[in-house]
Design a protein around this ligand. Structure first.
Ligand code: XMP
Length: 510
């Protein structure tokens, strides 16, 4: 396994995902992690990430001494390479000018690091301000670009390497081969991190941990909790009890689908709580988005808690925490690594249930969770679904939530999604949905005028959901969806398409 020390690069998680894609397990620790913890993890190699700092700045992250002490291979990427050079007496130069984008790198001489690449000219991705001005004498340069003689380096006697460019980024054409060479050949890691193995080891670990005891899980219909359910069910069968709260704010017929998939098809113990009316009652008269979120979250906890108390002899509470959540909450001791925050997870779970916590997915990335899900028998359509916010339709019905609005919105949304799938556009958008606008506009059907609601369609393309571009769906397609919605849902007299990108707009309307 490989340890990645995080110096705050926006690409750190990407490095980890690339290593995992090479079927090798890895974890991310903060750059100033305790030497003991690093040794306890017992890595076969260490990768130093890039970072936004300059090695000369006060309080800049430094090279953790444990890195070289362990006498295992080290690969420094970008800031990582600069740090290694600084450490061994080279000179790192600050520069106002950033090099950002594609570059051509010429590989010179023989280097183990590039042994997996047959050509000498590589198209790589650069993203840095500082660079190595004079190489530490212990290093040999193994690659250059037209603007720097030191695009990559190798220690003369130790398995220590540096690259100025980013092999983890898709744009670096041979990035995968370079990382594979480091991880498999130089560090000697075997390809053991494969879906089937992951399932086997997790099943075993769950059985060991839980023994004969019972586990409670809140099912939401989302990917993570569904995969947790499938995995736990495989491990402990009927010792798993799921509670699924139908909030009345789910996608079209989602409540029935959850029951069909999890209870009927997979034979998982699921208790369905029909709480639709309780949600509509609780939300009545409330139009402030943040208060709506709070009401929805708190009501979930209350209902879940009540259910839990009715069940006897439950000892464990399962949660669908995944690895990125763990990395985010495990910031550096000095708070130096710049962690990009992902999104607010709604709800939280009951704290006073006095249950032990089990988080079977907490070492997995989302793409790994999805692969596991498919392997465990969940439908790919479910596993590869767009993200759906915790408060559900509650934040897609603008203003006050009513049962009637939720019904209209769920139908419109279903038509939109169905057509996206039919036209092979679903996977080309990152998130798509309908929004209910509680304003009435005039329409005409036959000879009669009607005065009905407005539906907005929203579709975006994004990598990280922090920024997003509105999806340029074909006009004919939007036309078709719009007509279907107005024809099939009598309470809608107008459909509009949202052409706002994020920023300044957000993806959701509330
Ligand atoms: P925004 O609207 O902030 O959304 O651009 C970014 C991503 O976060 C999702 N989102 C939420 N997810 N609870 C959630 O679990 C929420 O309250 C919430 N608000 C937004 C949104 O669907 C998008 O994927």
């Amino acid at each position: 396994k490989i340890l990645i020390l995080d110096f705050g690069s926006q690409y750190t998680q990407l490095i980890a995902r690339r290593v995992r894609e090479l079927d090798v397990y890895c974890e991310i620790y903060a750059w100033d992690a305790d030497a003991q913890d690093v040794k306890a993890f017992d890595p076969q190699g260490i990768i130093l990430s890039g970072g936004p700092e300059s090695v000369h700045m006060d309080n800049a992250p430094t090279l953790n001494e444990v890195v070289l002490e362990m006498e295992i291979p080290v690969l420094g990427i970008c800031y990582g390479m600069q740090l290694l050079n600084d450490h061994f007496g080279g000179d790192v130069e600050g520069s106002e000018e950033k090099e950002f984008g594609y570059a051509k790198v010429h590989v010179t001489g023989e280097s183990e690091l590039f042994a997996g690449v047959s050509h000498k000219e590589l198209d790589v991705w650069m993203s840095h301000g500082d660079k190595v001005k004079s190489l530490a004498s212990v290093f040999n340069s193994i690659a250059h670009t037209s603007s720097t003689p030191y695009a990559a380096c190798q220690h003369q006697s130790l398995p220590v390497f540096g690259v100025q460019f980013h092999p983890e980024v898709e744009h670096t054409a041979d990035g995968r081969a370079i990382l594979s060479q480091f991880v498999h050949q130089i560090c000697g890691c075997e390809s053991l991190w494969k879906t089937d193995n992951i399932i086997d080891t997790h099943v075993e670990a769950i059985r060991e941990l839980v023994g004969e005891e019972k586990v409670l899980l809140g099912l939401s219909g989302g990917v993570d909790s569904s995969v947790v359910a499938a995995l736990l069910h495989k491990a402990i069968g009927d010792q798993l009890v799921c509670v699924f709260v139908d909030t009345g704010l789910l996608r079209y017929q989602e409540g029935d689908q959850v029951m069909q998939t999890m209870a009927d098809k997979m034979d998982i113990n699921v208790i369905r709580v029909n709480a639709q009316q309780r949600y509509y009652d609780a939300l009545q008269g409330e139009s402030d988005p943040e208060r709506k979120r709070k009401i929805i979250g708190e009501l979930f906890i209350r209902i879940f808690e009540r259910q839990a108390k009715e069940l006897d002899d439950i000892q464990w509470l399962a949660q669908g925490t995944i690895y990125p959540d763990v990395i985010e909450s495990a910031a550096s001791k000095t708070g130096k690594a710049h962690v990009i925050k992902s999104h607010h997870n709604v709800g939280g779970l009951p704290e006073d249930l006095a249950l032990k916590l089990i988080e079977p997915l907490k070492d997995l990335f989302k793409d790994e969770v999805r692969k596991l899900g498919v392997s465990l028998g969940l439908a790919p359509e479910l596993v590869y679904r767009h993200p759906f916010p915790g408060p559900g339709l509650g934040v897609r019905i603008l203003g006050e939530v009513k049962a009637e609005y939720a019904g209209i919105l769920a139908k419109a949304d279903h038509i939109f999604i169905e057509e996206l799938r039919r036209h092979d556009l679903y996977d080309k958008t990152s998130q798509a949905f309908a929004v209910f606008l509680p304003v009435k506009s005039v329409g005409v059907v036959g000879d009669a005028r009607r005065y009905e609601y407005v539906i907005a369609l929203r579709a975006v393309e994004t990598i990280d959901f922090m920024t997003a571009r509105w999806a340029h769906l074909p006009y004919e397609f939007i036309d078709l969806v719009s007509r279907r919605i107005m024809n099939e849902i009598a309470q809608v007299s107008r459909v509009v398409y949202d052409v706002s990108s994020k920023p300044p707009a957000t993806i959701e309307w509330e």
